[in-house]
Design a protein around this ligand. Structure first.
Ligand code: ATP
Ligand code: MG
Length: 638
């Protein structure tokens, strides 16, 4: 924890933090002035816990802020540099994007979509995905994106929940060299759902499709759509979208976000965290199916007139060099990715990134899971060549935007590998105990948000009760994040894992990240996942599953070495009772390790909602390993 890197961009804006500390409501009011409002709000914040209304009665439009503002001055500025997995390339300027969005908005109107109607978007990572969201936003329709890797049942559940009037999809999408037949999957998903009136189909993969009564071809309708669409002047609290969480800890929740507050949060955090400049080429590897894509591919970057790379397909296809080739080709300056992707890149060794020119990079970001310090250092040294600050950003679907992260756009601070560092200005987070009392530094506890923030979710879609129970029942006046964390003596936050996954071993509480990062710091380990199972004496005993780096094979000697390693780096308390080498870990489709499955399988319980699971085979492998364990235990007790 003591290793620090002082690295920033020379920015030293002390004023922003000071203003935020003095009065967070006034602070956000001032920041909101940077956006375009058709009408100013009457009241900055109306806080009736647990419901917050920001910029009450202000009138705003997300697509206007994302497109028209930039298009008025620099319509020729590149907005999207798109590349397909098969090498196809396209680019769109802000002017072109605005024109395209207007046409699609008019198409939606012609299909009877009105303000407040829901539109499901099930598209691959192509410009039409961004266009569809902004077209909805332009007319006040609520978009609900479903990641294009989801199956028909998952789509059906979500479409049913949101009662979408229109579905936007494509004939197919490319992934790892194959074409996923999206339209066909939609057909299965919505069969019998009468409230779905139309399916708008964009022909991307150019494969044969069957067109039914409800189906309309995108190209046919666009052709005759008129060029301009007046943006709706929407209330600040008007819902912008519904998005389901990753489903890491349970059934995905339908998070509902508003417009005004959400945009204010994104506009500012994108500037502070990524220090965006006109000349930057930004590349976020997330899919727009997740909140990272909504906030930091669509709304944040576009509001700043940023130029970004958009890629459809796997980052390691056709070879693991793909990601580094993209960075070299487009001279990417800012890269935003996930710890799980980084661990995958790392698994292939240093030769691949070293063989490409990555010198354009100036800032590196990460999101989604705690980043293991070892992975942080690799990112910093091998990818950033020790000159790019690492921006470890903690936030959630529910928070709408980044909450804890270094802010090179404002200040230069010391970075510590594995720490998301400090809360953003205007964000009041704390570590508390079971009873909601503030904990002293260096004490593990629950991460909460004490004051409302602009990007805060409005509620869960048509379920205020569930919203209250999930986030506002453990502590009545503080938002419960569900994450376990610690603040060090310098006030830096360290995420230790999910509260649900905390292990209790011999009276000590251990976050999963503490043990997993210990294993990942061993040179042979690519990934690790731990869970606890009840133990008569210790309370819980630790089971660890390990994926080795490419070219390393497992052996009894390596296993003992790994156990010795964890004792050395974390302490004897973290010694696992069982250690298994596996070829993959169960993950959500957004790439997060689903520890609740490990635990459920280990305890012989039902695995619950697994609709967001990436690959069933990983769970089977864990099952086999644990069956072996069961046999050994029963042999011993006989
Ligand atoms: P569900 O809520 O359905 O269980 P989820 O929590 O994975 O799924 P997301 O909203 O996509 O859904 O993820 C938010 C969570 O991701 C956070 O609560 C936190 O656990 C983790 N996370 C995100 N960024 C970071 C980070 N920088 N460091 C540590 N953890 C992070
Ligand atoms: Mg969550």
């Amino acid at each position: 924890m003591d290793e620090t890197y002082r690295l920033g961009l020379g920015n030293n804006d002390i004023l922003t933090r000071k203003r935020a500390e003095q009065d967070y409501v006034k602070f956000w009011e001032e920041e909101a002035g940077k956006l375009h409002w058709f009408e100013k709000w009457h009241k900055t914040l109306e806080w009736t816990p647990p419901f917050a209304k920001w910029f009450v009665n202000g009138k705003i439009n997300a697509s206007y802020n994302a497109l028209d503002v930039v298009s008025q001055t620099t319509p020729e500025k590149s907005a999207i540099l798109w590349e397909g997995e098969n090498g196809e390339k396209r680019s769109l300027t802000y002017g072109e994007l605005l024109n395209y969005v207007c046409k699609v908005a008019n198409v939606l109107k012609s299909l009877g979509v009105k303000k407040g109607d829901r539109v499901t978007v099930y598209l691959p990572m192509i410009p039409e995905l961004i266009v569809s969201l902004l077209a909805c936003a332009r007319i006040g329709a609520i978009h609900t994106v479903i990641f294009s890797g989801f199956s028909s049942q998952s789509i059906r559940d979500r479409v049913y929940d949101s009662k979408s009037k229109v579905i936007i999809t494509s004939d197919g999408g490319f992934r790892r060299g194959t074409i996923v037949k999206l339209k066909q999957i939609v057909d299965e998903a919505i069969s019998g759902l009468d409230f779905v009136e139309n399916v708008l189909v964009y022909e991307h993969a150019k494969i044969p499709i069957t067109m039914g009564e409800k189906d309309k071809k995108w190209s046919d309708l666009i052709h005759s759509a008129s060029e301009y669409c007046e943006p709706e002047k929407l209330d600040s609290a008007h819902p912008l979208y519904i998005l389901y969480t990753s489903g890491t800890t349970g059934k995905p929740k339908g998070v509902l976000h508003g417009t005004g507050g959400y945009l204010v949060h994104l506009y500012n955090t994108f500037k502070w965290v990524f220090d965006i400049q006109k000349s930057d080429i930004y590349f976020c590897t997330a899919d727009i199916g997740w909140v990272t894509g909504h906030s930091y591919i669509v709304y944040g970057p576009l509001m700043h007139g940023a130029t970004q790379v958009m890629y459809e397909g796997a980052l390691v296809f056709p070879t693991p060099k793909r990601i580094w080739e993209i960075i070299e080709r487009y001279k990417v300056t800012i890269l935003y990715t996930t710890p799980t992707a980084l661990r995958m890149f790392m698994k292939y060794g240093d030769t691949l990134p070293n063989s490409k020119d990555l010198s354009s990079l100036r800032l590196l970001g990460t999101v989604g899971e705690p980043i293991n310090p070892e992975v942080w250092k690799w990112y910093f040294k091998i990818i950033g060549k020790e000159k790019c600050p690492i921006i470890d950003t903690w936030w959630q679907t529910e928070t709408g935007g980044i909450m804890i992260s270094p802010v090179p756009g404002l200040e230069t601070i010391s970075l510590k590998p594995g720490s998301a560092t400090l809360p953003l200005p205007g964000i009041n987070v704390a570590i508390v105990d079971e009873n909601g009392h503030d904990l002293p530094t260096e004490t593990k506890g629950y991460l909460v948000v004490k004051d409302p923030w602009p990007g805060m979710l409005l509620s869960l879609w048509q379920d205020d009760e569930k919203y209250k129970v999930a986030y506002w029942s453990k502590y009545k006046t503080m938002y419960y994040s569900g994450d376990y964390a610690i603040k060090d003596k310098d006030g830096y936050f360290w995420m230790l894992g999910r509260s649900d996954d905390v292990l209790k071993v011999a009276g000590h509480r251990l976050g999963t990240a503490e043990i997993e990062s210990g294993f990942v710091s061993h040179k042979s380990v690519a990934e690790a996942a731990v869970c606890g199972i009840p133990h008569e004496v210790k309370g819980e005993s630790i089971i660890v599953f390990i994926v080795l780096k490419e070219g390393i094979s497992s052996s009894k000697q390596l296993e003992s070495e790994l156990i010795q390693h964890i004792r050395d780096v974390v302490g004897p308390i973290a010694t696992p009772d069982q250690l298994y080498i596996v070829s993959k870990l169960p993950k959500t489709r957004s790439g997060k390790i689903m520890r609740r499955l490990l635990k459920a399988v280990a305890k012989g319980e039902s695995t619950g909602d697994v609709s967001t699971l990436e690959d069933e085979a990983a769970v089977d492998e864990i099952r086999i390993a644990l069956n072996e364990l069961q046999k050994t235990i029963s042999k011993k007790s006989n």
